[in-house]
Ligand binder design. Structure first.
Ligand code: BGC
Length: 407
């Protein structure tokens, strides 16, 4: 008994409480097609290659309950996306009822005191956009600007942070290189074109939003990768890493205008040069460390390394996605601790990180893999639609409420 008390004392002595800066924003994110349910006029909903999301979390009708849970969990910020195909189901036809719906959703969030991060494009396109060739067609950038203008006009008053497009690199890669997202193409040149068009569309949206709200905070969510050379001694491995960093950081950020950086962090990849042009001369080595249910390596150090690299852009940074597939909730708590420790370290090293939004608030539709992976702080039973707060969500709630982390 006495020994136990002694051990506890030693532990509490070695424990450190890391305080986050005053005003640091805590919360979680979701996206429309992954959670709302009842979306039938976008390119995912009609695809023959992936099952449709169907009712998803029925969040479209249950948003009051879902945001009440977030509030209880101490979240102060919510990231969500608007479904373009609801707002503009056909070219130049605006659905006022759907705009009203989002008006109600955002007004509720503001009334409850949440800071809102609103994504305008999160991997899904209205059918009429898909039919005209999606993002491979320059016209789509113009159409996107019209849609952004309409949103600014109708809902702009409730939007604190604008995220124009979500992960243009992942979108272009998944839809046009690996062919796992609609339109399921495998064409690197087309992917490159799509990526550039999305970045230009972001710039254009930036102008449109600022014309309505000069003080708006506008960015786009970028999936940043932590890359390391497989063999430190290999010039070729190190060159691959340099190229990868340029593609995921310098290239997109140098050609866009941003008021803040919205950073999504999941991956670490160890790169090995191989003499195989078909594989892009790269072999991504299997992770050695701990992995999520999905086999993605858990690598908090990578987040710190990336944040330090992002310092060069001199803009406030918000982590807009970070989380893991963990159905049994065995690793989420340690995952949170590890990654938040990395954020605290970055802040100590003078990186201007101002918020963290965990992915995700709810278990949801995971794109090409349907409902296989469970990212939610809140578990969703997709038969009964019952919500159950996971233990790790309570752990995270303490962090949100105390603005501190014990390590
Ligand atoms: C996407 C999310 C997705 C998450 C996990 C991110 O790249 O933005 O929509 O749920 O990855 O797969």
């Amino acid at each position: 008994m006495r020994k136990e008390i002694k051990i506890k004392k030693i532990i509490s002595k070695t424990r450190r409480v890391l305080k986050f800066p005053k005003g640091f924003l805590w919360g979680a994110g979701i996206s429309a097609y992954q959670t709302e349910g009842g979306i039938s006029r976008n390119d995912w909903a009609v695809s023959a290659k992936v099952p449709a999301a169907g009712l998803a979390c029925d969040h479209y009708r249950r948003y009051v309950e879902d945001f009440a849970i977030a509030r209880k969990l101490g979240h102060q910020a919510i990231r969500l996306s608007l479904e373009w195909s609801r707002i503009e189901p056909e070219e130049d036809q605006w659905d006022e009822n759907e705009l009203h719906h989002y008006f109600d959703v955002l007004q509720l969030l503001k009334d409850r005191g949440f800071t809102t991060f609103v994504t305008l494009h999160h991997f899904a396109n209205p059918l009429w956009i898909a039919k005209q060739g999606g993002w491979a067609n320059v016209k789509t950038g113009e159409d996107f600007a019209d849609y952004v203008g309409k949103v600014a006009q109708s809902l702009g008053q409730f939007i604190d942070f604008w995220i124009t497009v979500n992960e243009p690199d992942i979108y272009a890669g998944s839809a046009y290189v690996s062919g796992i997202f609609p339109p399921f193409k495998k064409n690197v040149l087309l992917a490159w074109r799509v990526l550039r068009q999305m970045l230009s569309a972001h710039n254009r949206a930036y102008e449109v939003i600022h014309a309505y709200y000069p003080k708006a905070r506008v960015g786009f969510a970028q999936n940043v990768l932590a890359l390391t050379p497989f063999r430190q001694s290999s010039v070729l491995d190190r060159t691959l890493v340099r190229l990868g960093n340029w593609l995921s950081l310098e290239f997109p950020y140098r050609r866009t205008r941003n008021d803040f950086l919205a950073v999504n962090y999941y991956f670490h990849k160890s790169l090995k040069f191989v003499l195989n042009p078909a594989a892009g001369f790269t072999d991504t080595v299997r992770p050695r460390g701990e992995v999520s249910d999905r086999g993605w390596e858990i690598y908090p150090r990578g987040l710190l390394e990336i944040l330090l690299r992002l310092k060069q852009f001199h803009l406030p940074i918000y982590i807009t996605e970070n989380g893991l597939a963990d159905a049994r909730d065995r690793k989420r708590r340690a995952y949170l601790t590890g990654h938040l420790h990395a954020v605290a370290e970055a802040i100590k090293k003078k990186v201007d990180v101002r918020g963290y939004l965990h992915w995700s608030l709810l278990d949801n539709f995971e794109w090409e893999d349907g409902y296989k992976w469970k990212y939610g702080l809140v578990e969703v039973d997709f038969v009964t639609q019952r919500r159950r707060v996971r233990k790790s969500a309570k752990f995270y709630a303490r962090i949100c409420k105390t603005n501190s982390l014990t390590v």
